[in-house]
Ligand binder design. Sequence first.
Ligand code: NAD
Length: 497
Amino acid sequence: MLDKTVTGWQTLATELNFEGRAFINGRYVDALSGTTRPTINPANGNELTEVASCGIEDAELAVNGARAAFESGAWSRMAPMDRKMVLVRWAELIEKHADELALLETLDVGKPISDTTQVDVPATVRTIRWSGEAIDKVYDEIPPTPADTLALVQRLPLGVVAAIVPWNFPLSTTAWKLAPSLATGNSVILKPATNTPLSALFIAGLASEAGLPDGVLQVLPGPGSSLGRHLALHMDIDGLTFTGSTPVGKMLMEYSGQSNLKRTFLELGGKSPNIVFADANLDKAAAMAAVAVFYNGGQTCTAGTRLIVEEKIQDRFLEMVVDKARNWMPGNPLDPATAMGPMIDAAQCRTVAEYIDIGHREGAELLFGGRQVLEETGGHYHEPSIFAGVNNAMRIAQEEIFGPVLSVIPFKTAEQAVQIANDSIYGLAGAVWSNNINTAHRVAEAVRVGTMGINNYFGGDITVPFGGFKQSGNGRDKSIHAFHDYTELKTTWIEFD
Ligand code: NAD
């Protein structure tokens, strides 16, 4: 039985095998150039291991292998029932290694161990299992045609798909991409974020063990600007699925146009509104306002970074939110009591500090936090921070900070709350808190985002689609809707004599 205390996790960490090689054609291999780069534990700045830094020649090997696997039909033409069994076995193997994997993710990303054990790893298992179990229950269509004709409308795999993912939820975004793309019969080349490759490399080996044919899943760690760009411009890659920042997403659309118009689906940034009316359950709303922005250190695309509060309760409600913020002081991610860990790296922590300065300069009032802390650890920790007196035109209300910084904006009427919420280039997520069913539904309907909570934040599970409106993206992860991003619609029209 694993000792799930700081000491227990530290002991397990000394026994972990950090696999840093690429995974190509069913084997772990070094980059052909032999180049590596270190991956760092954000909690203390220590190197965890050296990781292969793949280049163009590795990409060519991976694309050729993926194409050959696709053409062979070993996976793409395998009966859905059999593909299901492989994916379900993969989910079971991941579950069997849940503790090691959670620890690996905590060490590589700095996420609290309570999150990786209770959220990231279980969500990964659920996503892969659910997509596998779904695939032999999805039917194609026979449309209503005239006599003596029959039409078939089928969904066929795209072929070779590249998946490029970020560092903030490395494991769960990897699962959101791999589960539906593999379930629908594609071969997939995954490029993890440069600084968080370890969990994806770990689960790739388990996929082989579960029976995934060689070449169907390739994992190439390496830089976005060279390796990622090369994949996005590749003429023999049919689809690209991406989670990351809006500026990089825009480049990927251009690369698609410059190359072969590969189907390109994007999950991008956000600046999500969390709207609180005076008639809400304020205790719950205050606790969740803190969760919405401070969870994962605010390094969450759906973070509720704009708290839009009915003016008449603003002072009382902010006292409650500040009180909740005290529970989010950062600490050692291996301590099960820690709610918030370090920022991913020094650059991200600097960005947060810069936005604290910008908030001051713009005339907002810092109610709580605002400082870097725990510098003696070698990690990059930042206090949960709250600005009041924010105007939605300020940069701290418009730009994605990707850190634990909340901007509080007052409103007087429901129309004004909706107008503020929608005054953003983003449209990823949001929430409204009210005990009046009419107010809650009206506002939820009017806010232009892909996922809206009523009296909850971060609600949802694998059964519902996830993605953005506006500059938050165009694709959909999760649920059967995700299968559409990885398939082409094909019509066959038959006439009888
Ligand atoms: P990023 O855009 O810098 O990097 C994401 C991935 O793209 C990495 O693997 C990176 O190596 C690669 N990349 C970078 N430049 C590239 C290029 N020119 N060509 C091809 N690939 C390239 O994002 P990040 O800093 O890793 O992650 C944070 C961002 O991700 C935030 O904006 C956040 O909102 C967003 N995000 C969105 C979702 C969502 O589902 N909507 C989820 C998580 C994170």
